[in-house]
Design a protein around this ligand. Structure first.
Ligand code: PRP
Ligand code: MN
Ligand code: MG
Length: 181
């Protein structure tokens, strides 16, 4: 799929590897939430693919809701202030909430989001992310389910974008350095 696109370097995690890992995570999640109602909260837009595939791999009834957030300042390191562009429709009171993300990079988005959601009196808040970068390990974000720990490469595909492109790639690929340098 990436053949012929000069912006892409190579496949980093294949579609098959992604799906296999999601099935493993779905198994853990199904066990952990057995007998409990579960609300998946997807973070737009990157988490769309993970949410769709994880939810279906769960093979149980879940509710799905969405939030859109944006960090102030579009620099690579932001102020830590996050703004809600679209809030949840669901009331979180006494709900078991699992936040679904594509990637944790600096950890800013999720550290802000978890404390925001925890203030809404849910029964529990946990995080599931497909990818996690090393920088995120420095943040005090407790991530329950991680698909892959990856090094600091620029990756796109499977929801992850570069300037809004490549989200619909089935695989996760590295971006060729000439594109962003
Ligand atoms: C990306 C990604 C995570 C966030 C991680 O979203 O999808 O939500 O950045 O970065 P952080 O750990 O440094 O906060 P982005 O803001 O690019 O929006 P998008 O999901 O619409 O692409
Ligand atoms: Mn995102
Ligand atoms: Mg993005």
């Amino acid at each position: 799929q990436i053949e012929g696109d000069l912006a892409l370097d190579q496949t980093y995690i294949s579609e098959a590897e992604i799906q296999a890992r999601l099935r493993e995570l779905a198994g853990e999640i199904s066990e952990d939430y057995d007998g409990k109602d579960l609300l998946l909260v997807g973070v737009l837009k990157g988490a769309v693919m993970v949410m769709a595939d994880l939810a279906r791999a769960l093979e149980r009834d879940v509710e799905m809701d969405w939030m859109a957030v944006s960090s102030y300042g579009s620099g690579t390191t932001s102020s830590g202030v996050v703004r809600i562009l679209k809030d949840l429709d669901a009331d979180l009171t006494d709900r078991h909430v699992l936040i679904v993300e594509d990637i944790i990079d600096s950890g800013l988005t999720l550290s802000w989001l978890t404390s925001n959601l925890r203030s809404r009196k849910p029964a529990s808040v946990e995080i599931c992310t497909l990818l996690r970068k090393p920088e995120a390990l420095k943040m005090a974000v407790d991530v329950r389910y991680v698909g892959f720990d990856i090094p600091n490469a620029f990756v796109v595909g499977y929801g992850l974008d570069y300037d809004e492109r490549y989200r619909n790639l089935r695989d996760i690929a590295t971006l060729a350095p000439h594109v962003y340098s």
